[in-house]
Ligand binder design. Structure first.
Ligand code: NAI
Length: 271
């Protein structure tokens, strides 16, 4: 097993809510690989407390920030730079939330204020994080910036409603800023399109169990677990992937390029 892939690297990890969060597993792996980083989450999520345990395990601090607020992001970066003692080599955006999904609204019955909120929290916050990083010139050359996406950005998954559009926007922002920051400072920007994963954000989506099981049967390797996603993120933060940028990288056990699996065909044999 490769060791210390992130030795000496500094960064920010957003979105660790509880031990199921993709960001939580990423923080543990990044720590194992020698990275130093600051944890952050929305002030409301912090009140739940679990993230403090993670900070202890990773020997770091937590700085609350609402990722939709430019002021909060500026304060986060300034305080994190002071704590870490230098500019950043990596940023993880692991943030998603749709009030329409939470309230069970269908695609034809969306509340538009909530839709804007979904976009702001789940996609535009990624733009804001990179905007502030550029303005403060706080990333090192060859740094790596990652966000998490889902295949509903490319194909219709009816229950994913406005999050599908938010993910399409997120992936587009990764390309836009990937070009810009690549030209400016050789910083790479990518999204990982992850298998359905049993987290708070994931299981909040209507019919989650059915599409989790469907994806598992469809993928030759089975659904990719959160730990494996964390490994992939560590690789993407490391120097081993320096020329990968502006990509949406499927981390899904082969799901996205499988037409149908034998297991699924069996279920339709006798109809
Ligand atoms: P999670 O619920 O553990 O993490 C979502 C995080 O977003 C939470 O920590 C929450 O506090 C944070 N957040 C919400 N609003 C915020 C705000 N205004 N400012 C800062 N943080 C805020 O769930 P998970 O699954 O780990 O989600 C991480 C990312 O992975 C999300 O972008 C999600 O859409 C994506 N993803 C998840 C999949 C799944 O099936 N769980 C599949 C593919 C992508």
């Amino acid at each position: 097993m490769a060791e210390n892939l992130l030795k000496g690297k500094l960064g920010i990890i957003t979105g660790a809510l509880d031990e199921n969060s993709i960001a939580w597993k990423t923080a543990l792996k990044a720590h194992e690989h020698g990275a130093k980083f600051v944890l952050t989450n929305a002030p409301i999520a912090m009140r739940m407390g679990a993230i403090k345990e993670l900070a202890e395990q990773c020997n770091t601090i937590i700085i609350p920030a609402d990722a939709t607020s430019l002021e909060d992001i500026e304060k986060l970066y300034a305080e994190a730079k002071e704590y870490l003692g230098g500019n950043f080599d990596f940023l993880l955006h692991s943030i998603g939330m749709s009030p329409n999904i939470r309230k069970g609204r269908s695609y034809g019955d969306l509340n538009y204020d909530w839709m804007n909120k979904s976009y702001d929290v789940s996609a535009i916050s990624f733009h804001k994080m990179m905007h502030v990083a550029e303005k403060m010139d706080i990333m090192n050359e060859w740094g790596s910036i990652m966000a998490l996406s889902y295949i509903a950005a490319q194909r219709v998954y009816p229950f994913y409603t406005d999050m599908a559009d938010a993910k399409a926007l997120l992936e587009s922002i990764a390309r836009g800023y990937g070009y810009r920051l690549g030209k400016m400072k050789k910083i790479r920007v990518n999204t990982i399109s992850q298998s359905p994963t049993k987290t708070t954000a994931g299981t909040g989506i209507g019919g989650f169990d059915a599409f989790y099981n469907f994806a598992d049967k469809m993928s030759p390797l089975g659904n990719a677990p959160a730990e494996a996603c964390a490994d992939y993120i560590v690789t993407m933060f490391s120097d081993l992937t320096r020329y990968v940028t502006m990509q949406n990288l499927f981390h899904d056990g082969g799901y996205s390029t499988t037409g149908i699996s034998e297991e699924l065909m069996d279920q339709f044999k006798d109809i």
